[in-house]
Design a protein around this ligand. Structure first.
Ligand code: ADP
Ligand code: TZD
Ligand code: MG
Length: 575
């Protein structure tokens, strides 16, 4: 055989990884190049993959996680060894915490050297480090095992409760060559990667009976419900049952926030008063005060309320994690909700009108109050007058994705900006993590082609701000609005010693807009709602990368936004 025919009959690790991903309908890779994955990314692009290259791995990882949430397919992130891997790890852990399917694939150094700790280039035992931070972690040592490795990673990421998966690919693997036919036969097209899980009939009946007995029922929709893409079943359930519902942050828009049954504007009332609460893809974690305390109408902060809970979730061990769950319904949300819809039968009686009436009354009052606040035009723009503009913008562009992070910039946006379509709100999630902004924005724009509006606290934006270059490079329809209040929570803190500035404050009126201009995008400063509105309209009609530096009242925020109570206060105040 000549070398040429030999080459023709051979394939290698690079191509097998790409072929395995393509075989499983994965068409996009979020990455940051370097040894040993540079050629891999080049070849991927040459083979027709969309390769989105970032300036920091954390944002590539966040993009993969958001892509996973939006599409239900695992988002793929490629990093280089040790430091690149570590930079991607925060995103992997965050994806796992949020139940978003993603696969962090990292190149790694040579096993023989790493395991003997002989000091290889970027040496690190990555598999061991990734393990506790993800759902599953795998390593492939031989080219003929690549198919299995990718298949296992895909199944682990999307089946059951979704999450992050780590796949370790040592440098040597990429260059290993094997017979082309043997390689082809070793690849696996994963059949039914996220199999339906149908709940037991007894569990469904138990839940329906409990709902029937309720005088003050409440449904809480979480981001698991949004992720499940069971939008029609959920709408049928809510409307057929007539039960008021609360969307958690990323479930906003699953039903339009303007829906008559939304109880968002009467949140504290319904949580404290409800007698039967049905959680759909929402955990009773800190975001729901663990199902305990005054929020739930209990006498003291540790006490349980009087509610009985139904929990619809794919994870059987989620039930009873914080308080007793009277009726767990375990399965995928699509199957569970359609089973519930069926079991409810026809002629379901809607909740008592004194419950729905009391909610409507409070809702009307609060919405009127909110409308009055939003209508005000204070001399210095603040969160409300700025977000009123964004609220109207999203109303006019309901398909737009809203990325949101910050403290006050997060809380006010969540409560003021209504969402109209499912999975359009991407935010700080379960951890309340800063830094997801630009990664999530890039993912939403590349995966869907829709307009993205990223509402960012000025501190929050800083965590991923360099990715404006990425946004410009790929010419993405992303409009970033920096809520510039000169700092973390607000810009007015003073250092009592008058030495350097206080830890929460930044350079006053920093020109974030110039960062966008540096890379050829559009930068605008907006000091009034009119200026903000004009810039947003221009950004959306041009689809150009845009950063609007919205200068707002630096006294406007509160410490930690809505979660001030979680801040430990110093017992001993300095005199
Ligand atoms: P939120 O923060 O919006 O309250 P959480 O992240 O706490 O939501 O909860 C999401 C829940 O959804 C998790 O417990 C997860 O197991 C569950 N989940 C995710 N996908 C599905 C699915 N397809 N079917 C059922 N449950 C799901
Ligand atoms: N680091 C990380 C990774 N996540 C965090 N949540 C924090 C730090 C702490 N933190 C918050 O919880 S919000 C926030 C920080 C630093 C920034 C708030 O300032 P902002 O928003 O400018 O983004 P507002 O509008 O000024 O409140
Ligand atoms: Mg700020």
């Amino acid at each position: 055989m000549t070398t040429e025919t030999q080459d023709r009959d051979q394939t290698d690790g690079f191509h097998l990884v790409i072929d395995a991903l393509k075989l499983n309908d994965i068409d996009t890779i979020f990455a940051l190049p370097g040894i040993p994955i540079t050629d891999f990314l080049r070849i991927s692009q040459a083979e027709g993959m969309k390769v989105i290259s970032f300036r920091h791995e954390q944002h590539a990882g966040n993009a993969a996680a958001a892509a996973g949430f939006i599409t239900g397919k695992p988002g793929i992130c490629f990093t280089v060894s040790a430091p690149g891997f570590l930079n991607g790890l925060t995103a992997l852990a965050n994806a796992t915490t949020n139940c978003f399917p993603m696969i962090l694939v990292s190149g790694s150094s040579e096993r023989e050297i790493v395991d003997l700790q002989q000091g290889d280039y970027e040496e690190m035992d990555q598999l061991a480090i990734a393990k506790p931070l993800c759902k599953a972690a795998f390593r492939v040592l031989h080219a003929e095992d690549i198919g299995v490795g990718i298949a296992r990673a895909i199944r682990a990421a999307v089946s059951g409760r979704p999450g992050g998966v780590y796949l370790d690919l040592p440098a040597k693997l990429f260059a290993q060559s094997i017979d082309k036919e043997v390689g082809k036969r070793s690849l696996i097209k994963v059949v039914d990667p996220a199999p339906k899980q149908v709940p037991g009939a007894d569990a469904v009946k138990r839940a329906v009976d409990l709902l029937k007995s309720a005088k003050k029922p409440l449904v809480i929709l979480g981001k698991g419900a949004a992720y499940a893409q069971a939008d029609a079943e959920i709408k049928t359930f809510v409307e057929k049952s007539g039960i008021p519902y609360l969307p958690m942050s990323m479930a906003k828009g699953l039903l339009p926030d303007t829906h008559a049954q939304s109880a968002s504007a009467a949140r504290s009332y319904v949580l404290a008063e409800a007698d039967v609460v049905m959680l759909v893809g929402a955990r009773l974690n800190w975001l729901l005060s663990h199902g305990k305390g005054k929020t739930w109408g209990a006498a003291d902060s540790k006490g349980w309320g009087k509610q009985q809970y139904i929990q619809v979730d794919i994870s059987p061990t989620e039930a009873d994690s914080n308080v007793a769950i009277a009726a767990p319904v375990i399965g995928d949300i699509g199957s569970c909700i359609s089973a519930l819809n069926q079991a409810m039968g026809s002629g379901w009686s809607k909740p008592p009108s004194d419950w729905t009436g009391a909610i409507a009354e409070r809702k009307d009052k609060n919405l009127t109050k909110m409308a009055e606040t939003l209508a005000k035009n204070p001399p210095v723009m603040n969160f409300h007058s700025a977000l009123n503009v964004i609220r109207n913008t999203v109303k006019a562009n309901p398909k737009a994705y809203v990325v949101n992070e910050g403290a006050n910039a997060l809380d006010f946006t969540r409560s003021i900006v209504d969402m109209y379509e499912p999975r359009r709100r991407l935010d700080v999630g379960t951890w309340g993590i800063m830094g997801i902004g630009m990664g999530f924005a890039v993912a939403a724009a590349t995966v869907t082609g829709e307009q993205v509006i990223a509402v960012e606290g000025d501190s929050a934006f800083g965590f991923s701000g360099m990715e404006v270059e990425t946004i410009c490079r790929y010419d993405l329809p992303v409009c970033i609005v920096v809520m510039n209040n000169n700092g973390i929570y607000k810009g007015t803190d003073k250092n009592p010693r008058n030495t350097e500035v206080a830890p929460t404050v930044f350079v006053k009126e920093a020109r974030y807009d110039l960062m966008m201009e540096a890379f050829g995008g559009v930068g605008v400063t907006a000091r009034t709602p009119e200026e903000l509105d004009r810039a947003l309209k221009e950004a959306i009609s041009s689809r150009k990368p845009t950063l609007i530096n919205a200068i707002i009242d630096e006294t406007a925020g509160t410490e930690s936004g809505r979660i001030t109570s979680l801040n430990p206060a110093a017992a001993k105040k300095k005199a």
